[in-house]
Design a protein around this ligand. Structure first.
Ligand code: HEC
Length: 129
């Protein structure tokens, strides 16, 4: 039989289980990938390096985040800036790149504010004139 005096505790447990991260302003790298980057990077659309293409990503990992993150922020040839999703913050785009390289053996840490600012400045400098 259901014990009504337990109701507050049951509700509290249910609330704790809600995906509060969805409401928070910043998405994780994997969430950004799954929502935006996957559109091209899953199947290799427009010539995007497929996430599953270990050989291509090993080369990209070797290029380093200072190359990859500004490209993702500002766009590169067929890739639009922020993967075409203007709602993403610089930090969210950077975290998505970090998540992608970490799928291929890199052990990059979550980017801090200083790194994100630096990558944004690099992307702005690289903007096509
Ligand atoms: C509309 C398609 C598209 C979407 C969406 C997209 N990309 Fe790309 N991406 C590309 C293409 C095409 C390339 C290859 C660019 C080239 O080298 O010409 C690329 C290349 C890259 C590279 C390698 C850059 C380099 O320096 O060679 C990174 C990193 C990357 N994408 C990250 C992301 C991230 C992070 C997202 C999501 C926020 C994303 N992409 C969304 C199409 C896309």
């Amino acid at each position: 039989m259901f014990r009504y005096h337990r109701l507050p505790a049951v509700l509290a447990v249910l609330l704790l289980g809600l995906p509060w991260g969805v409401l928070a302003e910043e998405k994780s790298g994997q969430m950004v990938y799954d929502q935006t980057c996957i559109v091209c990077h899953h199947a290799g659309r427009l010539g995007a390096p497929k996430l599953a293409d270990g050989k291509r990503w090993r080369h990209l990992v070797a290029e380093g985040l200072d190359d990859l993150v500004p490209a993702a922020l500002g766009g590169l040839r067929q890739m639009p800036a922020r993967g075409g999703n203007p709602n993403l913050s610089d930090g969210e785009v950077a975290r998505a790149v970090v998540w992608m390289v970490n799928q291929h053996g890199a052990q990059a840490a979550e980017p801090d504010e200083a790194a994100i600012k630096r990558w944004r400045a690099m992307a702005d400098r690289q903007k096509k004139r």
